[in-house]
Design a protein around this ligand. Structure first.
Ligand SMILES: NC(=O)C1=CN([C@@H]2O[C@H](COP(=O)(O)OP(=O)(O)OC[C@H]3O[C@@H](n4cnc5c(N)ncnc54)[C@H](OP(=O)(O)O)[C@@H]3O)[C@@H](O)[C@H]2O)[C@@H](O)CC1
Ligand SMILES: Nc1ncnc2c1ncn2[C@@H]1O[C@H](COP(=O)(O)OP(=O)(O)O)[C@@H](O)[C@H]1O
Length: 493
């Protein structure tokens, strides 16, 4: 979904008011949809405290509380403002909830949900009291009481246009933005304050092209679709994936990437492995995956594959194998995901300029520095731009907010994920997912967007369901929760 400036958001909102909508109708719709997101991601929290500023951002927070209350949660307010201090519509919403909540404010409960309803797109300048005190209180309770913070629209203190961060800005675990993502909260410097990102769409809000031009896009469930399968589909049509992965001590990477390709829906997945490692890997792999003992990566070129993945856990191959791997990339024209040590190999052999459109590169920042030493001096967004000026590939620049682009495409920024994913093997899973989707004829950009969104959503769902915590989540748990993530995506009509 394309991002907009706060000024454009206002213009879009004003046009909706001029035609058919009211601020109250939009607030009611936004509040309902935000509550559904909270119930989806944080069903176990059961207690919510909304921190209120004077504007409509606070009105949204009250509507959210009403829905959470209806779902059986206990709700609570924190604000020094009196009823008359609030915008008229926000007063109306407070009255609907019950103005006694203003008089009877309780400290938040441990491990509960804190809702930042302090400032939205009406914010200007550095934080002023009473907002500063309330923002400090949110951050304090997040730390001391292990609370989860949800920011509505924009974390208070983050500039919605520039991403500039004011002193005492709210540190949100998750920001639920309304209508369209605001440019400022997609900037990479804001990730610590924004956390995971969700969008609630309001169909009444219709931007004009000029309001959307040249801004990054948020990758979210509203813009992704998965393919419908004909009833008589057979496995030859759902795609064949070849994987060159794993080495002594790192065979798990082969297992994870191959399983991910299979679980992404690929019909046939074949792992090519050096013969000495065959017996060990054979005992690890799920039975559905084919394993081919093989001394030469060039063998991959002798069969028909719809997608290739090279790199997870390959370590430092011999010079001969390295040369052959580069040769496979040169000679094939099917989508080819290059990850991990394959990226280091490309950097060492200075093979980057030879890569073309069929290549999908998935560096994390360490790998990016080896490919593009200049990256250390650039922002993440500038790094992607400069990289794609050098090579016409599909690039996924991994991180807490993964960036995806091709030459001349907009910049796509992923919305899902969790710090729980800062653990080994997540990249291997991502590589397999991309290859599995490419094999099913998703185009490379689309496959990359879906894969990165699915992995992050699966992590969030694993945490929401209580079956994992930040500490226990593994790359394997992503695969176990993948079906929940897939089911969020609509099918193409
Ligand atoms: N767009 C949409 O379609 C929809 C929008 N909706 C929602 O409305 C929100 C926008 O609401 P809004 O216009 O009332 O502004 P909002 O940010 O709540 O408050 C601004 C007030 O705060 C104050 N203030 C400003 N800066 C400050 C600072 N640094 N430090 C301290 N105080 C500061 C300033 O008052 P002042 O102090 O100047 O008197 C100002 O009047 C939007 O983000 C979304 O949540 C949804 O309901 C439905 C659809
Ligand atoms: N804090 C985070 N928030 C969201 N996603 C994350 C976070 N940390 C890591 N990830 C995701 O996890 C994956 C890690 O990949 P990588 O570093 O290659 O792992 P590995 O090499 O161990 O397989 C990437 O897709 C990255 O975007």
């Amino acid at each position: 979904m394309q991002s907009v400036s706060c000024q454009s958001m206002r213009a879009i909102e004003d046009r909706a008011f001029a035609v058919h909508s009211t601020a109250e109708a939009l607030m009611d719709e936004a509040g309902y949809k935000i509550a559904q997101k909270i119930l989806h991601y944080y069903p176990q929290l059961q207690h919510a405290t909304a921190y209120l500023g004077k504007g409509h951002n606070a009105g949204d927070a009250i509507v959210v509380l009403q829905h959470l209350q209806q779902a059986g949660w206990t709700v609570n307010l924190q604000t020094p403002l009196r009823l008359n201090d609030f915008a008229p519509l926000t007063q109306k919403k407070i009255n609907a909830l019950g103005s006694e909540y203003l008089q009877n404010q309780q400290p938040p409960a441990p491990k509960s949900l804190l809702i930042d309803g302090l400032l939205g797109i009406g914010a200007s300048g550095p934080l002023r009291d009473p907002i500063t005190t309330l923002a400090k209180s949110i951050n304090h309770h997040r730390n001391k009481l292990d609370c989860t913070v949800i920011a509505l629209d924009i974390p208070s203190g983050v500039n919605g246009d520039t991403g500039e961060i004011a002193k005492n800005a709210v540190l949100a675990d998750h920001t639920i933005t309304i209508g369209y993502p605001k440019i400022g909260i997609l900037k990479s410097n804001t990730v610590q304050h924004v956390g995971a990102l969700s969008l609630v769409t309001l169909p009444e809000l219709q931007p004009q092209n000029a309001e959307l031009a040249h801004h990054p896009h948020l990758i979210c469930e509203h813009t992704l679709t998965r393919k419908r399968r004909d009833f008589d589909t057979h496995k030859g049509q759902t795609g064949r994936v070849a994987i060159w992965a794993g080495s002594m001590g790192m065979l798990g990477a082969a297992e994870l990437s191959a399983t991910a390709a299979l679980r992404a829906g690929a019909g046939l997945v074949t792992v090519f492995i050096e013969p000495s490692l065959y017996p060990i890997l054979a005992s690890m792999l799920p039975p559905e995956i084919m394993l081919r003992p093989c001394t030469s990566p060039l063998k991959i070129l002798e069969e028909r594959f719809d997608a290739i993945a090279i790199g997870p856990g390959i370590g430092s191959p011999s010079e001969d194998i390295s040369n052959q791997l580069i040769e496979v990339v040169r000679q094939t024209s099917v989508p080819t995901v290059l990850d991990a040590d394959m990226l280091n190999l490309i950097a060492n052999q200075q093979a980057l300029p030879e890569l073309t459109h069929h290549c999908i590169l998935t560096p994390h920042p360490g790998e990016m520095r080896r490919l593009l030493p200049n990256a250390t001096r650039l922002s993440r967004e500038e790094t992607v731009k400069q990289f794609l000026e050098l090579v016409p590939v599909t690039l996924l620049y991994k991180g807490a907010r993964t960036l995806i682009a091709q030459t001349n495409s907009p910049l796509f920024i992923n919305s899902t994920g969790s710090p729980a994913m800062a653990t080994a093997g997540q990249g291997d899973v991502l590589t397999g997912l991309i290859a599995g989707l490419c094999a099913q004829k998703y185009d490379q950009l689309e496959a990359s967007k879906i894969a990165v969104w699915l992995a992050g959503e699966a992590a969030q769902i694993a945490l929401a369901s209580g079956s994992e915590t930040i500490e226990t989540l593994t790359a394997g748990s992503i695969l176990q929760h993948l079906h929940f993530a897939f089911s969020q995506l609509p099918r193409t009509t």
